[in-house]
Design a protein around this ligand. Structure first.
Ligand code: ZN
Length: 238
């Protein structure tokens, strides 16, 4: 029998399976995305069950099964994020963050920046559920794109390198574009551009804010970048 695997993970999604089991989508600290079965967790007496809710950060012991799924033998709570569950807006943002990780990072390659970013986002939402705003959710999405290798070019024209007159965004070019390279682009105003630059530069806890139209433009830029380059379509944030 192979040695047990010990890791930390965030539960992204939990699906009923058979009579009493659940299949979990996990994002682990050192093994990327992992699918696992938690046996018997829907029984009333299960000790594991309550610790494996979506959004929970857990310390796990698992066994590699014969198929693709691991089997969870032990789970301890690192952070239950109970505060998120009490606020509808925070719960929605937390679920959005898990969904984005689930869709964007589907490999078993470890990605510590992505794991740490997700943990950081959930801890922030848990500590101040009232601050689960759109600007903060967009900052998370931008940083997640960076961790996944799809960060848009924001410093100079993604098509020709020009550093000025950057008033548009081109998903196919992969970033902001100048007035000479506008084909296939849409307008990205100064406020939206500044928001994206600041959101990338600052820690998640100090995410900038911006007026509503700027957030919508930034949201479109991130959404279409993801669709064009990662072939992932997520619900818009703003
Ligand atoms: Zn250009």
């Amino acid at each position: 029998m192979p040695a047990p695997v010990k890791t930390q993970a965030v539960v992204l999604r939990s699906i009923r399976y058979g009579e009493a089991d659940r299949v979990l989508h996990l994002y682990t600290a050192d093994r990327g995305r992992v699918g696992a079965v938690a046996k018997g967790v829907r029984k009333v007496k299960s000790r594991l069950g309550g610790r494996l809710e979506p959004l929970s950060r857990v310390r796990l012991v698992m066994h590699q099964g014969r198929g693709e799924l691991c089997t969870i033998s032990q789970a301890d709570t690192v952070h239950a994020h109970a505060g998120i569950r009490e606020h509808r807006a925070a719960l929605e943002r937390g679920a959005q963050a898990c969904e984005a990780v689930l869709r964007l990072l589907d490999s078993t390659d470890p990605n510590p920046p992505a794991y740490n970013l997700l943990c950081n986002e959930l801890a922030l939402l848990d500590a101040s559920p009232g601050h689960a705003g759109r600007a903060q959710a967009l900052a998370f999405r931008l940083k997640l794109l960076l961790a996944a290798g799809f960060a848009p070019e924001l410093a100079s024209c993604a098509a020709c390198g020009e550093a000025e007159h950057l008033g548009a965004f081109s998903p196919s070019a992969g970033g902001v574009v100048c007035s000479g390279c506008e084909a296939g682009s849409f307008p990205l105003g100064h406020e939206a551009h500044t928001f994206l630059v600041d959101a990338l530069a600052r820690p998640l806890a100090e995410a900038p804010d911006a007026p509503e139209p700027a957030l919508r433009q930034a949201d479109r830029a991130l959404g279409e970048t993801m669709e064009y380059h990662a072939h992932v379509r997520l619900r818009r944030v703003a």
